[in-house]
Design a protein around this ligand. Structure first.
Ligand code: NAD
Length: 260
């Protein structure tokens, strides 16, 4: 479905971003993987995706906290494979602290990485999408784009902001063949989350299932994690012709969290 199209996924060396990259590559897209690191493993990941799916794939180091890196990521992708037509803004970080203790530099970093980077990449990619006459922008928000939790001021503010950006871009591009949507996951099973389960088992002196139900998934009514591959599948659907009339939408995939 996406054979020959250029796809960029920010923050795609692990977790949800990597699952989205795999799903897009499986549809034939040429992939640009990204993180802020520059290691042999990062490049090996791109080689593996290329070999597995028979697509072009490169790794591009760019720090999503830096506006100039966001623009250069889009430029590097276009130079490698042609104009970016699928842009997934996934890079994100978290910090948990009471508002009065929240370090201002963590606030600035979270707003930069989780929100402003999407503005900078979209700004850089839209001219190429307009020229190509087709594009898909998918912003990975969160259930925290729709609801709040205490101690997550910057994350919740950034994800709410990302939904505002999504709607605005969708309206500006409504009469083109370019859509802009947001996916709002609940708790997703990622390597990071797996690590948290082990920590919480120790902290609460509980078994694995009890920690998952009572601590980790306290707010997720299904009491099941979302699988990262399901976010990949939802992204692929948003890239399909069937999704041509979905734009400006926050799409929840949260086991009922925001139905509460
Ligand atoms: P993760 O930590 O596994 O992956 C984050 C990725 O972003 C990594 O590849 C990391 O290297 C990259 N990254 C971090 N800072 C960066 C920077 N400055 N520049 C470039 N890349 C950077 O996290 P994840 O759980 O896969 O989360 C991915 C996205 O999904 C985030 O936006 C997160 O807010 C969102 N999300 C996650 C969950 C969940 O339960 N895991 C739920 C809702 C939303």
């Amino acid at each position: 479905m996406l054979r020959g199209k250029t796809a960029v996924v920010t923050g795609s060396t692990s977790g949800i971003g990597l699952a989205i990259a795999e799903a897009l590559a499986a549809e034939g897209a040429n992939l640009v993987l990204n993180s802020f690191t520059d290691s042999a493993e990062d490049r090996a990941l791109a080689d593996r995706i290329a070999a597995t799916h028979g697509v072009g794939a490169i790794y591009c180091r760019a720090d999503m906290a830096r506006p100039e890196d966001c623009a250069s990521l889009v430029a590097a992708a276009a130079a490698a494979f042609g104009p970016v037509q699928v842009l997934v803004n996934n890079a994100g970080v978290q910090h948990v602290a009471r508002i009065e203790d929240f370090p201002p530099e963590r606030w600035d970093a979270i707003i930069a990485i989780n929100l402003s980077s999407a503005f900078h990449t979209i700004r850089a990619a839209v001219p190429g999408m307009r020229e190509a006459g087709w594009g898909r922008i998918v912003n990975i928000a969160s259930a925290h784009g729709l609801t709040a939790s205490p101690f997550k001021a910057a994350y919740v503010a950034a994800k709410h902001g990302l939904l505002g950006l999504t709607k605005t871009v969708a309206l500006e591009l409504a009469e083109t063949q370019i859509t802009c949507n947001a996916i709002c996951p609940g708790y997703v099973r990622t390597p990071l989350v797996e690590g948290q389960i082990a920590d919480q088992m120790k902290a609460h002196d509980m078994g694995r299932e009890e920690v998952i139900r009572e601590v980790m998934l306290e707010r997720q009514p299904t009491k099941q994690f979302v699988e990262a591959s399901a976010i990949g599948a939802m992204t692929v659907f948003l890239c399909s012709d069937a999704a041509a009339q979905i734009t400006g939408a926050p799409l929840s995939i949260d086991g009922g969290w925001t139905a509460l």
